[in-house]
Design a protein around this ligand. Structure first.
Ligand code: FE2
Ligand code: FE2
Length: 179
C-alpha cells in the first residue's frame, strides 16, 4: 500500500482551511518535534508526524467583539474531539490505512486533557509523543497559534519531513529478515 504523504495531507483543502486556523507554523513545528520524539520513544514517525501536524485541526475560533475570549473557549472547547473526527475523515478520504487513521485520530483525541473532566489520561506511546511534541512548541498566552510561516518555508519543511519518514521506513524494511 502506497504511503499517504504529509504533503498530500497538507495540500488537501480541509487541511488548508482548518490547520491554518490554529496556525500552520505550530502544526509544522509540532510535527518536527514529533518526528524526533518518535525516534526516541520507538514509535512509528509516520503516524506521529501526521497526528502532530493535524492535532489542532478541530479548533473553533472563540472570538467576542473581535477579541479571543478565553472563558468562552474554556467553557465550550472540544477541539480534540472535533479534530480527531475531522482528521480521520480527511485521512480516510486520502486512502490512509484505516488502522493508521484510527491510531492517528486517537492520538489527536488525547493530545490534551484541557477539555476533559479530571479523569487522568494514561497515554500509549504514540499518544504521549504527540502530547509531548505539542507541549514542546507551546508558548505563553497561546502565542504559538499566531506564529507565521511562509508558503515556501512550510512546503520545504513538509518535504523534509516526508523524506525523513521515507528514509526511516526504508531502513526499517532493510532490518526485517527476508521471508
Ligand atoms: Fe490542542
Ligand atoms: Fe497545539
Amino acid at each position: 500500500m502506497k504511503r499517504v504523504t504529509l504533503k498530500e495531507i497538507y495540500l488537501h483543502p480541509i487541511a488548508q482551511k482548518y490547520v491554518k486556523r490554529a496556525g500552520l507554523a505550530h502544526a509544522i513545528s509540532t510535527a518536527n518535534h514529533a518526528f524526533n520524539f518518535a525516534l526516541e520513544h520507538n514509535v512509528n514517525p509516520d503516524l506521529a508526524v501526521k497526528a502532530a501536524f493535524l492535532h489542532d485541526i478541530g479548533h473553533y475560533t472563540w472570538y467576542r467583539n473581535g477579541q479571543w475570549d478565553y472563558t468562552l473557549y474554556k467553557e465550550n472547547d472540544i477541539h480534540a474531539i472535533k479534530g480527531a473526527e475531522r482528521a480521520h475523515k480527511l485521512l480516510i478520504r486520502l486512502d490512509e490505512n484505516p488502522v493508521a487513521a484510527k491510531d492517528i485520530a486517537l492520538a489527536i483525541l488525547l493530545h490534551t486533557d484541557s477539555y476533559l473532566p479530571d479523569v487522568g489520561i494514561r497515554r500509549e506511546p504514540l499518544q504521549e509523543v504527540v502530547a509531548l511534541a505539542d507541549e514542546a512548541d507551546e508558548e505563553p498566552g497561546g502565542s504559538h497559534h499566531y506564529r507565521t510561516i511562509s508558503k515556501e518555508e512550510a512546503e520545504h519543511a513538509i518535504n523534509e519531513l516526508d523524506n525523513a519518514i521515507n528514509n526511516y521506513l526504508k531502513t526499517q524494511k532493510k532490518k526485517q529478515p527476508a521471508s
